[in-house]
Design a protein around this ligand. Structure first.
Ligand code: IMP
Length: 198
């Protein structure tokens, strides 16, 4: 039986690429004082590491979105505490898929008076794009496998996984959301016949 999970980006590769992105963005920023805005909750591990390579004059804030429907409609569920009008914003996202989330949010922030909005995504699923949105900085271009780890989740889990894994057969996770945890840490496996979900 083929393994339904494969590690696609290991910790060292992630660390190198995130450091490169930080250096590239810092160079492009010049003397701009950006507000680095992370989209909760997937951006947290990426933003934490990326910010270490950004200028010390950067400010950091977060916002959370509510998604409704299947057409990517979003509204802001938790706003930034820093006023963003007139500011240069670096919007940080874990993964861009159809592009609907980033595109809507970018337009929303510009309509609210942001000076400029640049976007950085750790992972870009370029081939799945439905709307054309500029991803100014992208860590990795990937295919259309479902990814987990380093911020990316399945039913809220795996965001704290240190590397990125692809789920090649989603039915395995649908049956047991903790299947990848068992695959990586077999010693924690729940005995057969007992629910893996608490
Ligand atoms: P978009 O609006 O279609 O670009 O979707 C972006 C959002 O979908 C991301 O912020 C993630 O929350 C979620 N998403 C898309 N693909 C994946 C994936 O492979 N793993 C985990 N979450 C994903």
């Amino acid at each position: 039986m083929t393994d339904p999970f494969v590690e696609v980006i290991d910790e060292a590769t992630l660390a190198d690429r995130v450091a490169q992105l930080g250096a590239e963005i810092t160079k492009d920023l010049g003397d701009i004082e950006p507000v680095v805005v992370g989209i909760l909750r997937g951006s947290v591990p990426f933003l934490r590491d990326l910010a270490k390579g950004l200028p010390l004059r950067s400010e950091i804030d977060f916002l959370a979105l509510t998604r409704f429907g299947y057409d990517g409609k979003v509204s802001i569920a938790m706003d930034t505490s820093i006023p963003l009008d007139g500011r240069f914003i670096l919007l940080v996202e874990d993964i861009v898929d159809t592009g609907l989330t980033l595109s809507t949010l970018r337009k929303m922030l510009l309509a609210r008076g942001a000076l400029e909005v640049k976007t950085v995504a750790l992972v870009d699923k370029v081939k799945r794009r439905i709307v054309d949105v500029p991803v100014d900085y992208a860590g990795f271009e990937v295919g259309d496998e479902y990814l987990l780890g380093y911020g990316m989740d399945w039913q809220g889990k795996y965001r704290n996984l240190r590397s990125i894994w692809a789920a090649l057969d989603l039915s395995v996770l649908q049956k047991d959301p903790l299947a990848l945890a068992h695959r990586i840490f077999p010693e924690h496996a729940v005995p057969a016949g007992r629910s893996a979900v608490r």
